[in-house]
Design a protein around this ligand. Structure first.
Ligand code: THU
Length: 145
């Protein structure tokens, strides 16, 4: 019998759980301006899962993306590292994180962290973080002076 916690299906089960939590998280999106719901769910090194949605503002630039909502929830709760992340939106295509979110996520993940980019129906494609943000700017880049 396959053990769902450690067997070959474990990664897929984890991915599907994160994706379904990201799909669910977009229900709380506050999007009176764009009408575009985004949800994110991440698995952190403290064993917890954190979710987030986009929260818009009448001053458009103050809008916070779903991914950053989830990251800030995790880090402010004591998590140190993101181990996997899923993103979903209203789109029929896989939801790509914006550039600002890629940079924020990069602070807390390793290059091979899996990212599950889902459409509105929970169909997803898996990427490694490095696929989405190669050659990122990091703390060590400030030390080579
Ligand atoms: N949005 C996210 O939540 N995440 C992204 O990575 C891309 C964009 C949100 C911001 C705004 O509320 C809406 O999608 C349209 O840009």
């Amino acid at each position: 019998m396959l053990n769902n916690e450690t067997g070959p299906g474990a990664d897929m089960a984890k991915a599907e759980r994160l994706v379904s939590l990201a799909v669910e998280a977009k229900e709380n999106a506050y999007v009176p301006y764009s009408g575009f719901h985004v949800g994110a769910a991440l698995y952190a090194d403290n064993g917890k899962v954190y979710t987030g949605c986009n929260v818009e503002n009448a001053s458009f630039g103050a809008t916070i993306c779903a991914e950053r909502t989830a990251v800030v929830k995790a880090i402010s709760d004591g998590a140190k590292k993101i181990l996997a992340m899923a993103i979903s939106s209203d789109s029929n295509s896989p939801t790509m994180p914006c550039g600002i979110c890629r940079q924020v996520i990069s602070e807390f993940c390793s290059p091979d962290m899996p990212l599950y980019l889902s459409n509105s129906r929970g169909e997803y494609k898996a990427y490694s973080f490095e696929d989405l943000l190669p050659h990122s700017f990091k703390q060590s880049d400030m030390e080579d002076i």
